[in-house]
Design a binder for this molecule. Structure first.
Ligand code: ATP
Length: 249
């Protein structure tokens, strides 16, 4: 689903992310960890061609699309329907004056889902249930739901649109621990049941250890360690990874 080779992202003279190799297959979860400013978000955004003003080289394939060379039209298809980007505060991206159900139906229509009102409402309800949200929530406005519900709504929207890949940037850091566990539970189920590919950016190693198959550790724009999550977290070979692990509460 995701295949990155020799990715290099620079702003002006400064290279802020260099990733020699990153693969995420269907049903797999890969996490990028590292401290603030290490290049994690830049890497994630470059997968959708969203690093505005940056010089990007290498090869990036997502759902079969050659991201660094594809025309804007192909990239829009990829961003809207096949790859979902879940950010830290999805509420900010939702129109505050529109009910969630209306937002979701509008998004579906925009992406060419041609169905009657009732069929569309059923698709939305099923997507809500898939992320363990009561479909009644679709009658609410964005400010009437919690942060965790907003993140699950963002994921539900992606599912309704048929997303195959979820890119999540610090998906749970704004949430309290119980709600975090809910969101992680939802992500884990989706990947097991629907074979979604999941790429997670996080500085939370405890979270990563519960969900990721493989881990990339980034520092100052470079990948300093990569491998199976269990191995990297149990026997880190790089001193920086050990530092990150020691910083765990
Ligand atoms: N548009 C931009 N123009 C110039 N520099 C940028 C731009 N976006 C990011 N950077 C720089 O790139 C570096 C990596 O940033 P990035 O956001 O990828 O780090 P991060 O690891 O995701 O950090 P955080 O955890 O704080 O989000 C930072 O030094 C940042 O200042």
């Amino acid at each position: 689903m995701i295949e990155v080779r020799d990715l290099q992202v620079s702003y002006g003279e400064r290279t802020v992310a260099r990733v020699p190799e990153l693969d995420v297959r269907a049903g797999e979860c890969v996490a990028i960890v590292g401290e603030s400013g290490s290049g994690k978000s830049t890497t994630l955004l470059s997968l959708l061609g969203l690093t505005e003003g940056a010089r990007v080289s290498g090869s990036v394939r997502v759902c079969g699309v050659d991201v660094l060379r594809a025309p804007e039209r192909r990239l829009r298809e990829l961003r809207g329907a096949r790859v979902a980007l879940v950010m830290q505060s999805p509420q900010a991206a939702l129109n505050p004056t529109t009910r969630l159900g209306v937002l979701m139906r509008r998004a579906l229509r925009l992406h060419g889902v041609a169905a009657g009102e009732r069929a569309l409402a059923a698709v939305c309800a099923r997507a809500a249930e898939a992320v363990m949200l009561d479909p009644a929530i679709l009658r609410r406005y964005p400010h009437e739901i919690s942060g965790g519900q907003a993140q699950r709504f963002a994921i539900a929207l992606a599912i309704a649109l048929g997303a195959q890949v979820i890119l999540a940037d610090e998906p749970t850091s704004a949430l309290d621990v119980t709600v975090q566990a809910e969101v992680v539970g939802v992500l884990r189920r989706l990947r097991e049941e629907r074979g979604l590919a999941l790429l997670l950016v996080s500085h939370d190693l405890a979270l990563v250890s519960t969900i990721a198959d493989r881990v990339l550790v980034m520092r100052e724009g470079e990948v300093v360690e990569a491998g199976p999550a269990a191995e990297v977290l149990a026997r880190p070979s790089h001193p920086y990874t050990r530092e990150l692990l020691e910083a765990l509460p």
